[in-house]
Ligand binder design. Structure first.
Ligand code: BES
Ligand code: MN
Ligand code: ZN
Length: 489
C-alpha cells in the first residue's frame, strides 16, 4: 500500500472521501465539503434522512447518484473522543474500505486528531497499515485478487518534510508489525526453529545486521542446558539466534531484546488439554516481535547498538523429552528444577537473559507469550510489564499509549521470590501456590537471571491474538513490536 500526503486542492476526483463526523456536527463544516458541495449535493441527503447519525463506530459507504462512493464514519460525541479511540477509527476506516473494494481513499488528518503532528501522522499511517493486513499465504488467490487498498491519501494543511518523514516512519512501523504477524501466523509444522533462524538471517541481510545462529552442538559447548533441556522432546533442532545492529558508536552501550521462540508449545509431557493447544504456533510471537523491532530500528537507521537474542525450540512430549522433576543446568550455572514442562518459556529465556550479559547491556527487554495467568489478569487488551525500574515502566506505559500497543504494570516484589525457590535445584520453574499469581512468579523466575542489568519483562500472552472489535485480521497481532519500536526509535 502506498501512503501519500496531499493538501485539499490536490485531492483527486477518483479518491473516495472519508467524512469523519462527530454527533450533531454539520456536514457543511466538514473539510471535504468544499470538494463535494458543488458537484454532489446528495451527500447531504443521508443526513437529512437521518440515515447517518455519526454514532461512535457507525460506518457507512454511501453511493451517490453519480456512482461515486463516500465513506462516512461516526466519532460519537466529541467530548467523549480520545486518542485511544483514534487507533480504532483509523483501523475501521481501512477495513471498511477494503470490504467495499475502495482502492484509494482520502482522509483528513485533522478529522481524527486535534493537532496534526509528526506523531499523529505516524500513528494514523501505522494503524491503517495494520488494519490492511491479512494472512492469506496459505489460501488460493481469488480470481480478482485479494481486496486491497492501494493508496492511502492523507490530507494536511501543508505538506512539510517533517510530515513526509512521519508518514515514512509510520509505514515502517506498520510493515514491521505486519512482518511479525506473518511469522507468528505461520503454522507450527512449517515454523520450526530452523525456519525462524532463516527468517532472522534474511532480515539481517536485508537491513544491515549481523546474524549468528548457534546450533545444538554450539549450544552444548556454551552450556545452554536450559534451552537444550526444553528442546529434547522434539526432532527439530533448537537454535539460538543472535542479531546485531551497530547504529551507535563502538563504545556505546547496547540495548538487548530477547524474544521467546517456542515454535510450537504442546506443553511437553504435561500435555496441554485440547483447546489450550490451539494457537500455540504463535508461541514464538515474542521472537517475531523482537526480530521486527530490530528490522524497524535498522531501517530507521537509529543511532543505537541493538542486539536481539532468540532461543528457539519446539516443546514436544517426545520419548526423549524433559520431565517434571528434572533438573537442568542453565548457562548461568544456576540449576532449574522442572515443576511443569509447560512452563517452558521462562526456562529457555533464562539462558538468553544470561547470554545478554556478554553485550554489556544498557537495558534488556524480553518479550514473551509467557503465561495464561497474565491473560486472566488483564484480558486481551494489554500486555503485562514487570520491572524493578519505575522509570522504565513509565516509559513503557507511555510508549504503549502512543503506539496503541498497550501495557499494564504488575508487581515484581521480592516477596514473590520465596515462591520459586527449588527443593532440589536452585530455582523452580513454577510457583509454589499453583494457580495463584502465575504471571508474577514467571516474571520473578526470569528476574533471577536478569539481576545484573536494567531489565523489563513484557508478557504478551494476553495480546498475542486479536479479538473481535479491534479491526484486525484474525490471528497474531504482533504485540510488543510497535511498543518497543516506539520506545527505542
Ligand atoms: N505459551 C504458554 C502461555 C500462553 C497461554 C500463551 C495461552 C498464550 C496463550 C506458556 O508456555 C504456558 O504454557 N504457561 C503455563 C504455565 C503454567 C504451566 C505454570 C500457563 O500459563 O498455563
Ligand atoms: Mn507452555
Ligand atoms: Zn509457551
Amino acid at each position: 500500500m502506498q501512503v501519500t500526503l496531499h493538501t485539499l486542492k490536490d485531492v483527486l476526483p477518483t479518491q473516495v472521501l472519508v467524512f469523519v463526523l462527530a454527533k450533531g456536527e454539520s456536514i457543511t463544516r466538514h473539510i471535504f465539503w468544499k470538494k463535494v458541495r458543488v458537484k454532489d449535493q446528495s451527500y447531504l441527503s443521508l443526513f437529512a434522512k437521518k440515515e447517518f447519525t455519526a454514532e461512535e463506530k457507525e460506518c457507512k459507504v454511501a453511493i451517490l447518484p453519480s456512482g461515486k462512493k463516500a465513506l462516512l464514519i461516526g466519532k460519537g460525541e466529541e467530548k467523549k473522543w480520545n486518542y485511544r479511540k483514534m487507533f480504532l477509527l483509523c483501523r475501521q476506516i481501512m477495513q471498511t474500505a477494503k470490504e467495499a473494494k475502495i482502492g484509494c481513499y482520502a482522509l483528513a488528518i485533522s478529522d481524527v486528531v486535534s493537532t496534526v503532528t509528526s506523531e499523529t501522522v505516524e500513528q494514523i499511517v501505522a494503524q491503517s497499515l495494520i488494519a490492511d493486513y491479512d494472512f492469506h499465504i496459505y489460501k488460493k488467490r481469488p480470481q480478482d485478487g485479494w481486496p486491497q487498498v492501494e493508496e492511502l491519501s492523507l490530507v494536511v494543511d501543508a505538506v512539510t518534510p517533517e510530515l513526509k518523514k512521519a508518514a515514512v516512519m509510520g509505514k515502517i512501523i506498520g510493515e514491521q508489525v505486519n512482518g511479525a504477524r506473518d511469522l507468528a501466523n505461520i503454522p507450527g509444522g512449517d515454523m520450526t526453529p530452523t525456519l525462524l533462524a532463516e527468517k532472522a538471517r534474511e532480515i539481517g541481510e536485508k537491513f544491515g545486521g549481523l546474524v549468528t545462529v548457534l546450533g545444538k552442538k554450539q549450544m552444548e559447548a556454551e552450556g545452554m542446558g536450559a534451552v537444550l533441556g526444553v528442546a529434547k522432546g522434539s526432532v527439530e533442532e533448537p537454535k539460538f539466534i543472535i542479531m546485531e545492529y551497530s547504529g551507535g558508536e563502538q563504545n556505546d552501550k547496547t540495548t538487548v531484546l530477547v524474544g521467546k521462540g517456542v515454535t510450537f508449545d504442546t506443553g511437553g509431557v504435561n500435555l496441554k488439554p485440547d483447546k489450550a493447544m490451539l494457537g500455540m504456533h504463535m508461541d514464538m510471537s515474542g521472537a517475531a516481535a523482537v526480530i521486527h523491532v530490530f528490522a524497524a530500528l535498522a531501517r530507521m537507521k537509529v543511532k543505537k547498538n541493538i542486539v536481539a537474542l532468540i532461543p528457539a525450540v519446539e516443546n514436544m512430549p517426545g520419548g526423549s523429552g524433559y520431565r517434571p522433576g528434572d533438573v537442568l543446568k542453565s548457562l548461568s550455572g544456576m540449576t532449574i528444577e522442572i515443576g511443569h514442562t509447560d512452563a517452558e518459556g521462562r526456562v529457555i529465556l533464562a539462558d538468553a537473559l544470561t547470554y545478554a550479559k556478554r553485550f554489556n547491556p544498557e537495558k534488556v527487554f524480553d518479550v514473551a507469550t509467557l503465561t495464561g495467568a497474565a491473560m486472566a489478569a488483564l484480558g486481551a487488551r494489554a500486555s503485562a510489564v514487570f520491572s524493578k525500574n519505575q522509570k522504565l515502566i513509565a516509559q513503557l506505559k507511555d510508549a504503549g499509549e502512543a503506539s496503541g500497543d498497550f501495557v499494564w504494570e504488575m508487581p515484581l516484589w521480592d516477596e514473590y521470590e520465596e515462591e520459586i525457590k527449588g527443593t532440589v535445584g536452585d530455582v523452580q520453574n513454577v510457583g509454589k501456590f499453583s494457580g495463584k499469581g502465575g504471571a508474577i512468579t514467571a516474571a520473578m523466575f526470569l528476574y533471577q537471571f536478569a539481576k545484573k542489568y536494567t531489565w523489563a519483562h513484557i508478557d504478551i500472552a494476553p495480546t498475542m491474538e486479536s479479538i473481535e472489535g479491534q479491526y484486525l485480521a484474525k490471528g497474531a497481532t504482533g504485540a510488543g513490536c510497535a511498543l518497543l519500536i516506539q520506545l527505542l526509535k
